[in-house]
Design a protein around this ligand. Sequence first.
Ligand code: NAD
Length: 468
Amino acid sequence: MSNFLESVNTNFDKAAAHTGLPEGLLNQIKACNSVYQMNFPVKIGKEYKVIEAYRVQHSQHRLPTKGGIRFSQKVNQDEVMALATLMTYKCAIVDVPFGGAKGGVKISPREYTPAQLQKITRRYTAELIRKNFIGPGIDVPAPDYGTGAREMAWILDTYMQFKGGEIDAAGCVTGKPVTQHGIRGRGEATGRGVYYGVREAVSFKDDMDKLGLTTGLAGKTVAVQGLGNVGFHAADIFQKEGDAIIVSVAEYEGAIYNEKGIDIDALMKHRKKTGSILDFPGAKNMKQRKQVLEVECDILIPAALENQIRIDNVDRVKAKIVAEAANGPVTAEAAEKLIERGVMVIPDMYINAGGVTVSYFEWLKNLSHMRFGRMEKRFNHNTYMNLVGLVERLTGKTIGAKEKDFLTRGADEIDLVRSGLEETMISSYHQIRDIKKRKKKVTDLRTAAFISALNKISSDYLALGIFP
Ligand code: NAD
């Protein structure tokens, strides 16, 4: 078993001990229900390559199952099982009514042209269709490490070719481009969710007092590992909306540091021009990219891959808060050490749940065949205009055009998506924090998050009458 899957199950067992649920039920919740391993040929140039790939459905207690597809040379069955398992708990924590799943294709996307990646993605989708492992009511993939909206568009198109006339076909995959039945705000969703979640965590004075920090994000120093879909948006939003100072970032090619702060927009332009984040004006290059994990900062956001903070480097981590934007970046052993030292670890299964939350909104949009906000935007605008007009008449004063625009705007799709995401991240954090406060023996947020998930999932099973 990989460290990652072991870590997830160790954390599960630790939390399960606080629930008093029957062992049989806990074993059923913990088990991966369906594992589909496939090998398929794809013609690359003049040769045929045999591609190894997976789709794992961890739990079908709620349908469809849901989880991203990872393209990485490191993909293996245990990793996909661990990721699928996390998805079940994640969905429960943020009240997204899905079971957990995950897919993986064992390739390094950098080694293929877009046309070749398209061939691989389409063939993978065809395999999923053949085995009934995809569909709006069955299993709904989404982007993960190494994939994005482009791949999701290929998946949808392949699905439509096989399932012509299926009315809800667009809901077979989420994270699609907005022009291809996607939803506004999905690209930024995971990073934005990290922002809302951490902002909530640092708003409690008693929790911050224990860490020796003040409340609020403004002025807090932040280090980010990985500037992909999750890490880039997180860094960007922490800087622009939270007024946090991004002191260090790492990417594949290395890491940089500037105690005065790194302008993320300017850094991305620099990377586009030079092909690297290194040698960014004002910042120091670090010797090794993993040093980003060890810089002096208030908040560390590992947003690349699993098993980054381990027993061999955990003692050098100086951050007071670690927000697990990636899945499984801190091993169970290392997390124990951090918690012992009083570090606040905000667990992956909560803090990176923004992606699946907005995927849920996208799926709902696909099933309703209508953009959010279309029915009420104008109605709300007209109502607010009437109210503002009334205030003007009653006071005899005129409200300025800019202010009037602000006050009378009806919500667009992006406003509603962000509002739904913000509400989800705030209310789920409160649920987790309340469990931690109530249960005196629970000392960390991960165990509390697991308990929150287990309570919800077990009540589904108990309602079915399968367990006493
Ligand atoms: P991505 O492929 O868009 O970005 C990952 C980035 O990390 C890449 O730019 C890569 O070059 C960089 N990277 C890889 N190894 C690194 C290292 N050792 N040091 C520094 N940078 C490194 O992937 P993503 O979608 O942003 O996913 C990142 C993590 O977040 C994964 O663990 C994924 O499972 C998790 N996640 C993603 C989503 C989502 O919506 N995409 C949702 C929840 C969780």
